[in-house]
Every structure is written in C-alpha cells, then in structure tokens.
Design a protein around this ligand. Structure first.
Ligand code: PEP
Ligand code: MG
Length: 593
C-alpha cells in the first residue's frame, strides 16, 4: 500500500505480558474524540449547513452499522447483533437528534461540539439513575456518539470487522470487556500504552495465547492503523515498520518459539513430583470454558481457578441461573479434570460488566468488588450459588470466595450458600452431598488472621496478584510501579509462609492461584513453603512441572530458609535469581534470548 514512501523503522520497549511472536498490520483502537475540533460558526447563515452535516453523519453512521450487521450475520458471532440494533435505535432517537440541532441553532457551534454537549447531558441524566443496569447503558450512547463524531470528522476508519487479515490491536489500554469483545480470529496480538503483567488484560491475552506487550507509554501516538508491526511478547519489544531482514529474523524466532513449545508439551502430563517424592498438584486458571482443552493439553490436572466474572463481562444482559449452569456443567463434565474450583464472581475493580457499571468509584481496586459486591447484590449472588450447587451434582466442584477480608464476610457468604442449598433440596433439585468451600487469601488482613479463617473453610487459595498489590501498596495495573512489584519482598514471603503454615496446622490444603504460582523464578520458594497446589495460566504449566521434577523438597527448603534470612528485597531477588538461573539454566534460557 504505502510503497511511495519508506517508513522509518523503530523499536519500542515495554513489558512482555503474554509470550509469543507475531507480525502483522496494526489496528489502532482509538478513543478518538481527543483530536476533534470545537468551534463557533463564523456566520449564522452557516447553521442550516451545519445541521445538514450532522444529519449526514447520522445517516452514514446508520449505513455503517447496517453493513457491519450484514457482515456479522455471515459469521458465527451472534451476540453483537443485538447491541447493534440498540445503537441504531439510539441514532434514531428523536430527543438525541433534536437536542443536538437545538445546540447548533441556539449556540451557533459546530456539530461536533453540539454532539458532545448532548452526550454530556445524557451522562448527567444516566448518572442520576439508581438502577445500575440502566445507568450502565450510557456506554451505548457513548459508543454511538463516537461513531457520529468520527463521521463528522470525515475520517473513514475501518472497523475491526472490515479488516481482511488478522490485526495487531494497538490501544491505550484494553478493558477486559474490550478484550473479550475482540476475542475473535481477527486479533493476533496486543500492544498497549499502559498496563502491567498482572492486569486482567494481560491475563486475558495469555489465556487466549495471543502475544502482548503492555506499558509502551506512547505507542498509540506513534503507530497508526495499517502500519506493519512485530510484537515480541516474550521480550517485551514492538518493532514498527520492520525491514525485510528483521522480519526474517523474527520469523526464525517465531519458529524457535513454536518448537520450544512443542518440546515442552511432550511431558506436560507427567505429575509434578520432586526427586525426593514430594507431590505438588498443578492446575489451570481459566477465564473461558473454551480454554479447558488447552489447559488439559498443557498438563492441568484440575481447574484451580475459574474466574466466572467473564460470564458477566461477555454478555449483553445479566446471565440467568440457567446460563450459569450450562456454563459450569461444561467445566465439570470434563473427564480429564480431577476437580474444578469455581470462584464466585469478582466484579468491580478493573472488571466491570460491559453494560452494568457499578457505581463509579475513585479507587475501584479497594472498592465495592468481589465478595463485598456479592453480599450487597444478594439476588445476583444467589443465582450463581444455585447454579454452582447444581453443577456439583454432575462432577466434583469446589467453591471459592474472592477478596475475603475477615470472618464476618466469610460466614455471611457461607450462610447464603447454605440457604441456596436448602432451597434447592426443598425444590427436589439434585446436588452433591458436600462441596468443599475455600477462601481466597488475597487481602493482607485475611493473611494475618489465616489461623482463624482456616477453621472456617476446607481450603485456601492464595491470590498473590491482589495480595502483593495490597501488601506493598502497589497498583498491579500501573506500569510505572512494576519495579516495586516484588513477589520476593520479605514482607510478602512472611505473609505467604504464615498462610501456608496456618492452613497446615488446621489440616486444610493450601493452593496458590495468583500469577506468582506460574512464574518459574518463584517455583522453588513456593515448593519450599510446601504449598499443596499451584494453579496457573496453561502456558506456564509444563515449565513449572519440569522445574519441580528436577528439584527436591530438601533443596527447596534450604533455598527458602536462606531467602527468608535477607531483609532487603533486592537481595532476596538477586539470590533467588542467581540460584534458579544456575540450577535450571535450560528452563530460564528461553525468556532471556
Ligand atoms: C489474585 O488476585 O491473585 C487472583 C488470582 O485473582 P484475580 O487476578 O482474578 O484478581
Ligand atoms: Mg484477586
């Protein structure tokens, strides 16, 4: 296409958050309105023309939406059809049109400005609505307004559906809802301005096995739709406008990566038993049921964390008990899995359902999320609990409550679980006689009172993504703070050790499902602590199992003891890194090159 000018080649460095290498065309996922101009009309005689311009933009927007809808009908993707209908309805809304025209006429401003004013007005109205479902619909109005504004600007922008081959999505940040919507063959990779390794966007990218680089700071400003890019999610590099030899070199690297992966898969299903016969059970973390076969192929023995919030994020309306049940049954029916740990939904924080934004919060990570949200929205919660019980009749299910911060919350959640059990039994519905109940240990207060919590549950699962962010006061999604995000911080090690010991003293099992469990650097430290189960993204499983098989519990305990004797985080880090790269050089090679 752009053969008439030679484009400059440059490389951007970010954080590799999902491994793999991919080359392709960039697609800029742009929040758009930043580049719009707002001005007063120089002459009142221009008003009719400006109104006509607005009407043309409306017409063009409708035409585009109908075209997208037609294209979608040819694919298997059915869900967005309904959303598009809603968008067309908004476009035709009489109030939306008349209000905008009124602004142009009365204030003598350009159509872009008037559209923005209408949007602001709608935002105010929606914000005042108590029903979160209705107030959440503002996102549809916003979406459609952006389309109209884009058409007013005269810029023809391809939509992701119209792009022929797969693309590499470039964005400031992708919310989990964005990434979930982009979950289609067309997306080959992600590169974002912000975000860190444990942001949910990164986790989703990894689970979809799409290479991704985050924390690039300004990629949206320097890369446009149609540019050629290479994403190296293993080393965190993005090459823009690569020249031929570069492309060839990356092709080779890609091949190498694919071979290495095949090599790992060969022994993925062997158990993780140390040389001195200590067994660690290794499970898979999933966000979508479609990931189960891949998790099993990579050696997952069970599902250690099913993040069910994605059921909400992915659907246009609230899922019913039947929707939940049909989803869970597909998990528990998988014969290869020893059990499935279903975590009740963790919404809030950076995970908001697409159409139901809970109250806007200044600090959502510490806001009304997870179990707190569930205990407020009891009906919503009970719908899910009933479905989990029903799934328990089909296969082995463990239930896991997220963000537990104290005994009261846990007891309240258990009480609701008991209520739903009694209701189902009274209705004659089949359920398992017993279901193991677990608490996520991801809030420091829970880690501190782990001995007390251990008496109330059947197992613990440590969520290090949150536990570390709260213990060290570091926003896990803030790429400017990644240098401080240190899982080997002495305070973190002490917290972890305390939790594991408390669990074992109470004779319950303790698992870890945070990203730390899947990072080979920490493998021996966790083994030394004697965690019973480690659950992780499927890509990490083969390597973790290999490291465990190549080590002994005895050496792990010695390493842990030494690591815990340091008081400076960087010293612990240096010591463990040195030990691991020396003793497991093969397992660490790939990340480095
Ligand atoms: C965690 O916090 O470590 C965890 C596994 O939960 P999530 O990443 O879904 O918050
Ligand atoms: Mg968490």
């Amino acid at each position: 296409m752009n053969t008439d000018r030679v484009k400059k080649t440059f490389v951007l460095k970010g954080i590799g958050v999902s491994p793999g290498i991919i080359a392709g065309k960039a697609y800029l996922f742009d929040p758009l309105d930043i580049k719009l101009s707002f001005y007063k009309l120089s002459d009142m005689a221009l008003i009719p023309k400006e109104i006509q311009r607005f009407k043309n933009a409306l017409k063009e927007s409708e035409r585009q939406l109908l075209e997208i809808q037609e294209n979608l009908k040819k694919t298997k993707i059915k869900e967005p059809l309904y959303v598009i209908d809603v968008h067309i309805l908004i476009l035709k809304d009489k109030k939306f049109i008349s209000r905008t025209i009124k602004y142009i006429r009365r204030l003598g401003i350009n159509a872009e400005w008037a559209v923005r004013m209408t949007l602001d007005r709608y935002k105010k109205i929606f914000e005042g609505v108590e029903d979160t479902y209705i107030s959440g619909r503002i996102s549809d109005v916003q979406h459609i307004t952006q389309r109209v504004l884009r058409n007013l600007s005269g810029k023809k922008r391809e939509t992701i559906w119209e792009i022929g081959d797969g693309v590499i999505v470039i964005a400031q940040d992708l919310s989990p809802a964005d990434t979930a919507q982009l979950k289609m063959e067309k997306v080959k990779g992600f590169a974002t301005d912000i975000g860190g390794r444990t942001s949910h966007t990164a986790i989703v990218a990894r689970s979809l096995e799409i290479p991704a680089v985050a924390g690039l700071e300004n990629i949206t400003r320097v890369v446009g739709t149609g540019d050629d890019v290479i994403i190296d999610g293993s080393s965190g590099l993005v090459v823009v406008n690569p020249y031929l030899e570069m492309l060839e070199r990356y092709e080779e690297k890609k091949l190498h990566y694919a071979n290495a992966k095949d090599e790992y898969l060969k022994d993925a299903k062997l158990p993780a038993v140390t040389r001195d016969k200590h067994l660690v059970q290794v499970g898979g973390n999933i966000e979508f049921i479609e990931e189960i076969p891949t998790a099993v192929a990579h050696g997952a023995e069970y599902i250690g964390l099913y993040r069910t919030e994605f059921i909400y994020i992915n659907s246009a309306k609230l899922p019913s008990e039947e929707d939940h049940f049909n989803n869970y049954r597909q998990v528990v029916e998988t014969k290869e899995l020893l059990w499935s740990t279903i975590r009740t939904f963790d919404l809030g924080g950076d995970k908001l359902p697409s159409d139901q934004k809970p109250v806007k919060e200044l600090n959502p990570q510490m806001g009304l999320r997870a179990i707190r949200f569930c205990l407020k929205e009891v009906d919503l919660f009970k719908t899910q609990l009933r479905a989990i019980w029903r799934a328990s009749a089909i296969g082995k299910v463990k239930i896991l409550f997220p963000m537990i911060s104290g005994i009261e919350e846990l007891r309240e959640a258990k009480q609701l679980l008991q209520e739903t059990r009694d209701e189902l039994l009274a209705e004659g519905v089949k359920i398992a006689p017993k279901m193991e109940i677990g608490a996520m240990i991801e809030v420091p207060s829970a880690a501190v009172i782990a001995d007390q919590l251990a008496r109330e549950v059947d197992f613990f699962s440590i969520g290090t993504n949150d536990l570390i962010q709260y213990a060290l006061a570091i926003d896990r999604a803030n790429d400017r703070l990644t240098y401080l995000y240190e899982p080997l911080h002495p305070a973190v090690l002490r917290l972890l050790k305390r939790v594991v010991d408390a669990a074992h003293e109470a004779n319950i099992r303790v698992a870890m499902c945070g990203e730390m469990a899947g990072d080979p650097m920490y493998c021996l430290i966790l083994l030394g602590m004697e965690l019973d189960e480690l659950s992780m993204s499927h890509l990490a499983i083969p390597r973790i199992k290999r490291i465990i098989r190549g080590s002994s519990l005895k050496e792990a305990k010695i390493l842990l003891k030494k690591a815990m004797s340091f008081s400076v985080a960087s010293e612990v880090h240096a010591y463990v890194q040195d030990y691991m790269t020396k003793h497991f050089s093969k397992e660490f090679q790939k990340e480095e090159d």
